[in-house]
Ligand binder design. Structure first.
Ligand SMILES: NC(=O)c1ccc[n+]([C@@H]2O[C@H](COP(=O)([O-])OP(=O)(O)OC[C@H]3O[C@@H](n4cnc5c(N)ncnc54)[C@H](OP(=O)(O)O)[C@@H]3O)[C@@H](O)[C@H]2O)c1
Length: 290
């Protein structure tokens, strides 16, 4: 019975993973969320499903991730076949900000939405530091915490290929940043780049143990529908604006639903081979490139 742990499963892409994996016969899915009672979209989507187990962990807090791995081990008898590390700090209030705006992060929501009147906050490098540290804990250390905590279970898997998939982003790729001229999204891009490096280092370390560790770009996905109780139109507008901006620069991008992105991602994950260990792949399966 194949087992999957999806880290960051409350909403968005992670929720779509749980939904789609749960439909596979004989598959056990562990939906790892930081707050089960607040994960209302997940609760609705998985009501009555016997093959989905919701387990709590905050990826910034290693002890909680270790506890989650122990809970998973109790159900599976100590193994896990596929780890999908999806969680990231994606708060629309800060994700689009650049250095100058992070300097005045107190006004972040107004800066992000651009249509609102921003108050005039006092510039503070402390605000930038705090935002970066928070993003680093989740986007970089979170990757290490997840892989480290679940590694004993993955090592015990009898699957021919033990799979670790870390959801990354073109925003972590230097070539993309240069070509697309993305000077903003500073804390997100810089800390996701560190997460990409963490995944790649694990790939190198685990290469001789039957592992394939890959980073996967999910495409541009509108996750606004499951942001908050009744969705977040600002977040949907932000991502649509991003796609429009890229297309205007001659970088073709398509806006995907979580279901479309995850259907393609799962095809890619199903087909992973040991030779792909360490790769940075696009959701459609080929190596990520512009
Ligand atoms: N959407 C896109 O277009 C896009 C593009 C490129 C890359 N990505 C990547 O795709 C992945 C999923 O993004 P998404 O768009 O689906 O975002 P999302 O809808 O905002 O979901 C983010 C998920 O991460 C979880 N999370 C955040 N911090 C956490 C923590 N400390 N511990 C545990 N879980 C935590 C959130 O849980 P809570 O509900 O508790 O906050 C939520 O489940 C991310 O790695 C992101 O970088 C997305």
């Amino acid at each position: 019975m194949p087992s999957y742990a999806v880290i960051g499963a409350s909403r968005g892409i992670g929720l779509a993973y749980v939904r789609q994996l749960a439909t596979r016969p004989d598959t056990t899915v562990f939906a790892i969320v930081r707050n089960a009672s607040a994960s209302t979209h997940l609760t609705k989507a998985t009501a009555g499903l016997k093959n989905v187990h919701v387990v709590e962990a905050d990826i910034a807090d290693y002890a909680s991730v270790e506890r989650a791995a122990k809970q998973v081990a109790k159900v599976t008898g100590g193994t896990l076949d596929v780890l999908i590390h999806n969680a990231a700090r994606t708060d629309p209030a800060t994700i689009y900000l650049g250095f100058d705006q992070l300097y005045v992060v107190a006004a972040s929501y107004a800066v992000y939405s651009r249509s609102r009147d921003a108050p005039t906050p006092s510039p503070s490098m402390d605000a930038l530091d705090a935002d970066f540290i928070e993003a680093y804990k989740i986007n970089a250390l979170g990757v290490i915490h997840s892989i480290a905590a679940f590694l004993p279970l993955l090592r015990a898997s009898t699957a021919p290929t033990k799979k670790v998939v870390v959801i990354s982003t073109p925003g972590a790729d230097l070539n993309f940043i240069r070509a697309a001229g993305v000077g903003d999204m500073a804390a997100y891009g810089i800390t996701k780049a560190a997460g990409l490096m963490a995944a790649t280092k694990y790939a190198v370390k685990l290469k001789d143990e039957g592992f394939v560790v890959v980073s996967l770009a999910p495409g541009v996905v509108d996750t606004g529908e499951t942001m908050g109780e009744s969705g977040n139109p600002d977040a949907s507008a932000g991502v649509a604006q991003f796609v429009e901006g890229m297309n205007a620069k001659g970088i073709p991008m398509e806006l995907l639903t979580p279901e479309q992105s995850v259907a393609a991602q799962l095809k890619t994950i199903d087909a992973l081979t040991l030779e792909q260990n360490g790769a940075f792949l696009n959701y459609t399966g080929e190596e990520w490139s512009l």
